[in-house]
Ligand binder design. Sequence first.
Ligand code: TYD
Ligand code: MG
Length: 460
Amino acid sequence: MAKLKTLYFCQNCGAQSAKWIGRCPSCGEWNTYVEEVIQKEETTANNAWKASTSVGTTSKAARPRVISDIVFEEEPRIRTQDGELDRVLGGGLVPGSLVLIGGEPGIGKSTLMLQIAMTLRQLKVLYVSGEESEQQIKMRAERLGEQHPNCYILTETNTQNIFKQIDQLQPNVVVVDSIQTLHSGLVESGAGSVSQVRECTQELLKYAKETGTPVLLIGHITKDGSIAGPKILEHMVDTVLQFEGDRHLSYRILRTIKNRFGSTSELGIYEMQGTGLRQVSNPSEILLSQRTESLSGMAIGATLEGNRPLLVEVQALVTPATYGTPQRSSTGFDAKRLNMLLAVLEKRSGLRLGQHDVFLNIAGGLRLDDPALDLAVCAAVVSSLNDLPIRGEICLAAEVGLSGEIRAVSRLDQRLSEAEKLGFAEMYISHFNARGLDMSRYGIRVQPAGRLDEVLQGLF
Ligand code: TYD
Ligand code: MG
């Protein structure tokens, strides 16, 4: 028997090595190398998609072309009937694209995909599931309501068999639930391992590109929220969407993390109901419904988490100190930065905070270090100190400097779009940010300010 060839793969970034190493030289993580059996010959040479179909392998040889000679044609898009999904995809499904949808278990990825598969009425859709049986899928489909005659279900995990069925059926759209359950006969390690995930994605990618069929892939995510499997999975696909939400609430958010065919600042919102996911066309209802109007000590900051815009509620409680040294406590926001902001408020705005305890909390258990939250923190503190609420439709995004000046923040356009989408009417920003801003693009009013005092005057 031929000796099995094994390689070590970094479970974090997918780098490979012939021997085990403690620290990955490519991503710097410790203890991430795992041994995996790979096939005896090079896998890429005989890709399953090629092997199982008659599609020619003679892709025409590319020649260099002058950029001005290349004619740009707008990609035709497949509208999915689901406005939220179309929006996060940048206007619909692009033929030949590979879309990865990640999310925690039970958040509703399978439900969303089945729902999409059943609404694409004019197209032949193949829903491949390695997670559930036909019966389970049927049961779910019953809950979702009307079933369309052109939606096929295949419960199979071997990619060679899947491609054989695809070849016969010739679907227009393929959904795969999930990439971690697939396995290719060309690689010997178990389903879900780095080399399997990479090989299966490669095969699907090749299939998608050669036939122009869009493929929607479901992917699991790990404890820390990243998509399970090698990071290269995200590099290989065209679009990465993340489906997230609080388990205890029925709202779900679909975010674009990467998109080769559109912007990544888009966000779609759904509500999980007994009969599937409902599109939420007026998202402000979520944020606003969780807030009780007219409470002091609350301010909304427009922040960015990674490159995702997010509106968060900053809560402050300022009470007279009963013991000698006043307490300062901060959850989700840097305590040193809070102290600095309190000093600025004391010195530049003349507020007496020296005899008060200050507690600060970022709602929702988030930890944020975006300086753009400074202004919201100051506003929340002043609101609590004076017991004056801030109007619900106001949000803030600016850094506060040591002399009480309001400083510009990065990517204001994203923050503005997000705030507008979530139904806010007014945003306080730095006047440096306001320069050259084309306000006709946004349906939200900006209040440019140069000094902290001006903002506080405007708010209260
Ligand atoms: P599912 O799509 O199976 O999640 P994932 O594929 O991300 O693991 O989500 C199932 C959850 O959604 C389950 O807890 C039940 C709930 N659900 C509804 O509330 N209403 C519905 O109509 C359906 C189909 C599921
Ligand atoms: Mg599922």
